[in-house]
Design a protein around this ligand. Structure first.
Ligand code: ADP
Ligand code: MG
Length: 235
């Protein structure tokens, strides 16, 4: 059980800082969410955790380990996997081939088979469609492929960047149910979203990121009743 702590993180691109003094904690076993509108710096926070946009100030602690300065592949190998914005399935590859790519760091064939079986148990629909080209599937099914691909690395922490972006309401609901289910199997989730209502319905704890700063935090229930969240996200 490993806790992720981002402590007073400031970072950005070129001469501009995008994140300012950001501190968050992701408790093992929970769904922690970051709510923020377009351009708030959500994806930059993920890039920073993954070592793609390293901290300029502050620390990122994964258990006892300081990730600052580590290469991305090492960070991923330590048990942190990200499902990127827009899902990004490989359209001309089959479902199974897409899933197999999620295990690219794994050299143990029997473990890869076990992980694939676990993904197919979670998503029976993907098993039915194992040989279908991912590009010919619905948006909701592609979302399952991308989450399944993340699970293939058997991560301790799964970071999901805006899973509801571009999905129709029906698929959004299905997708959030899937996230809740995989969390119930013990997987820690950091969920990044603009869709506050659906996110707070499944999250345990959350933060609001506005213009690169944390402006509110609390349990999902507290955030649902927070004035800033209500006016900015519940209309
Ligand atoms: N690779 C990049 N190079 C320069 N600026 C970037 C880059 N990625 C994002 N930004 C800028 O950083 C800010 C935050 O972007 P981002 O983290 O993608 O926000 P969000 O994911 O919350 O929409 C935006 O102003 C964006 O233009
Ligand atoms: Mg983003």
């Amino acid at each position: 059980m490993t806790t992720l702590r981002v402590e007073s993180l400031t970072t950005g691109y070129d001469k501009v800082n995008v994140l300012h003094d950001v501190s968050i904690k992701v408790e093992p076993g929970q769904i922690t969410c970051i709510l923020g509108s377009n351009g708030a710096g959500k994806s930059t926070l993920i890039r920073s955790i993954l070592g793609l946009t390293p901290p300029r100030q502050g620390r990122i602690l994964w258990g006892d380990r300081d990730l600052a300065g580590d290469k991305t592949h090492k960070i991923i190998a330590s048990g942190i996997t990200c499902i990127p914005e827009g899902r990004k399935v490989f359209p001309r590859m089959t479902v199974t081939e897409n899933l197999a790519l999620g295990a690219f760091l794994d050299t143990n064939p029997s473990r890869i088979r076990d992980n694939l079986e676990r993904v197919y148990e979670t998503f029976p629909r993907l098993k039915e469609r194992a040989n279908q080209l991912a590009g010919t599937m619905s948006g909701g099914e592609q979302a399952m492929v991308s989450i399944g691909r993340g699970m293939m690395a058997n991560p301790k922490l799964l970071i999901i960047d805006e899973p509801s972006l571009g999905l129709s309401p029906l698929y959004v609901k299905e997708n959030f149910n899937v996230i809740k289910r995989i969390n119930a199997t013990g997987l820690t989730v950091l969920l990044i979203e603009q869709n506050a209502r659906q996110t707070l319905a499944i999250a345990h704890y959350g933060y609001v990121l506005s213009q690169g700063r944390i402006t509110a935090q609390g349990s999902a229930e507290e955030l649902s009743n927070n004035d800033e969240v209500r006016s900015a996200y519940f209309g």
